[in-house]
Design a protein around this ligand. Structure first.
Ligand SMILES: [Zn+2]
Length: 261
């Protein structure tokens, strides 16, 4: 009998029972093999010699409805038909886990584990977690686009960290998105090409190689369906359980007595 394979990030997958539109983030236990995989990528990708590598406080899996996941899977499948990828047997679409840093204006994952997305239009993090990436919104904050109008990701976690921004200054943690990216057949270059709106013919992405104009690698894709958020890494000095809401902190300071938990 034909058995349909359900994507592991789908609400419909058996491991994601109880999750849905208002509950999209599933925390991974530190013993979960995927926790170890993502942690390893984060550590390996932390390359800036002058930036101290922060401590990971939690990793969440980003779940989504089938309507969000299907276009990604279709695109991933279509890429494998490319002549350049014909001989790949393992990972035929050259799918990679890559980092993306963005702004967060709410206190998602803080306040003793707040997991509900906010609806602030300037909170790009919640927007990406809700509807995935949108080329037309990407880079609107940064005028200089080295490889044109695309969605920028990197294997370098410390570089992606440069693009994270906490809009709420009372936040004590930082977050990075780890994304599934269909890299396909990448066009590799060392020099800027700021006018690009799509990869050169026969390619699916542009990889900027360090050496010429860049110090650290970046991978750019130009199609919304070539990427989906997959994990959220939370890092910094404060354990998740100790992130308190502002109201509670204010009340606590006011009365100088501990509030009941
Ligand atoms: Zn938000």
């Amino acid at each position: 009998m034909f058995e349909q394979i359900i994507d592991e990030f789908s609400f419909d997958h058996p491991t994601n029972k109880g999750y849905g539109k208002s509950k999209k983030l599933r925390q991974l236990s530190s013993g979960d093999p995927q926790f170890a995989t993502i942690e390893r990528l984060f550590i390996k990708g932390w390359k800036h010699p002058k930036k101290l590598r922060p401590k990971i406080q939690g990793i969440f899996k980003v779940l989504a409805p089938e309507t969000t996941i299907s276009p990604y899977l279709r695109y991933r499948e279509s890429v494998t038909a490319s002549p350049a990828l014909r001989n790949r047997t393992k990972n035929p679409a050259n799918e990679q886990y890559l980092f993306h840093g963005t702004n967060r204006y709410c206190r998602l994952v803080e306040d003793g584990n707040r997991l509900r997305l906010c609806s602030l239009s300037k909170c790009h993090l919640c927007s990406i977690l809700r509807d995935s990436f949108d080329v037309s919104r990407c880079g609107s904050k940064h005028k200089f686009r080295r490889f044109g109008t695309g969605i920028y990701t990197s294997t370098c976690s410390s570089k992606a960290d440069d693009y994270t921004l906490n809009g709420d200054e009372s936040s004590s943690l930082r977050v990075l998105l780890v994304n599934r990216v269909v890299v396909g057949n990448p066009h590799k270059r060392q020099h800027n090409a700021t006018e690009l709106t799509e990869p050169p013919s026969g390619y699916h992405s542009v990889i900027g190689k360090p050496g010429g104009d860049l110090n650290y690698e970046e991978t750019v894709i130009y199609n919304n369906d070539a990427i989906r958020p997959a994990f959220l890494i939370v890092y910094g000095d404060t354990p998740l359980s100790e992130t308190k809401s502002k109201v509670r902190t204010v009340l606590k300071n006011l009365f100088k007595t501990p509030l009941a938990a």
